[in-house]
Design a protein around this ligand. Sequence first.
Ligand code: NAD
Length: 508
Amino acid sequence: MMTVQTKIGSAAADAAQVLARLGVSEALTTGGNRPVRSPVTGEVIAHVHDASAAQTAGAIERAHGAFLAWRNVPAPRRGELVRLFGEELRAAKADLGALVTLEAGKVTSEALGEVQEMIDICDYAVGLSRQLFGLTLATERPDHRMMETWHPLGVVGIISAFNFPVAVWSWNSALAFVCGDACVWKPSEKTPLTALATQALFERACAKFGDAPAGLSAVVIGGRDVGETLVDHPKVPLVSATGSTAMGRAVGPRLAQRFARALLELGGNNAAIVAPSADLDLALRGVAFAAMGTAGQRCTTLRRLFVHESVYDAFVPRLKAAYASVKVGDPREAGTLVGPLIDEAAFGLMQTALADAKAAGGQVQGGERVPMGEAFYARPAVVEMAAQTDVVKRETFAPILYVMKYRDLDEAIALQNDVPQGLSSSIFTNDMREAEQFISARGSDCGIANVNIGPSGAEIGGAFGGEKETGGGREAGSDSWKAYMRRATNTLNYGKTLPLAQGVTFDV
Ligand code: NAD
């Protein structure tokens, strides 16, 4: 265990240079009311300006005006704007990735991966812009045709969490833009700089595009109150909100109150099962990345591990050795696998959870603070538990993996499902029956169920989201685009009579 304070290079100077290269005006990041702290060093690296309620409402009105024009632009042409934005992201990948590292604390490869995810969803959305199709349906009336058409919806409000400071916005906005919508984005108050940089890149793409309506995309900085203005505004027909279940509990009913659509992407408490036939080398790598990657701060982070009693003693000591040896430190340095926690509060919640686990009989390895100036780094913790107690059932957004032993698969699946959240899950097995059962109707109850890969991370081609307290929303691939459009059913009569449906007569 380290006891010496480790020296760490300044983040403020790096941030200023990167922001300038990304085209963010200094006026936006200096002199504001809200300090932005880098979790890498704990330094304040900028002061951004919160949007007032009037400024937020103004951005929404402008976005609505942009939507009225944008909805008339043919979808493949709208795709061209997203294509150009994807090109800007490719050109700026290193800089935007560096800013993700400075502001969210992700290690370099994960930060670059986050930007790559933005590029991927842009490519996906460009293709989608020629595939926003509806169905033609059988009608019971002669000389009639029935079909459905998908129309742009309006202004999409996007509220995002700190841990995917830019990718989550792009999953929503790339689709929303090709669907003919405008977007107003309230990023996490912990990560406003990456949002401002993304907006600057989007504006570069708009300049190349030529005639994108002003206000098509806007960023409004601030806390919960700014989010609430978006949630309550009558000209925002859809709010996509990513964050804690507590946030979703506040946002969901407010949207329901005015019959607006909610796309909720909330907390997870993801599990993996290591079965008797598992390839233990593969499982070790899968578990280690899923549980310790992003310092345990992914919604899909692996938090609960069920290991079959026949392989427990072969597997768990190797896992604990990996936990003890993994490099925790400056996420900018090569070789670092675990970067900082976002802030002191996150470290405090981690310590509380570990104390609760110990009180419930858990055997804790790791979890200590790694001294690095003002920043909050912790060794990832692995905790052997005899049972799935309350602390295991709640999401603690930190690198804690609870490990439990199981005897039969039905029991393990029941335990895995016995939590309020339902985001992601996986099984490591080479037994086809077990794998199929896990992904069957009586298997995992999560939105994501994997075999022989961990629960963490996802490709943009699939629909992303989860059940129960995770909120039920789906983003990114498959048919998630339908959330950003409104469906109209059209019946056309090309005959000379007017037969009514269900044989009704009404002769006047
Ligand atoms: P958070 O809930 O504290 O904040 C998320 C966002 O919601 C922020 O922008 C915040 O300002 C805003 N917000 C909070 N209360 C609000 C309210 N009442 N009205 C309007 N806006 C409000 O979450 P966080 O700490 O930034 O992120 C971590 C959490 O997010 C974890 O629970 C994690 O599992 C979850 N998450 C889920 C997904 C997913 O796709 N399911 C993805 C990333 C993160």
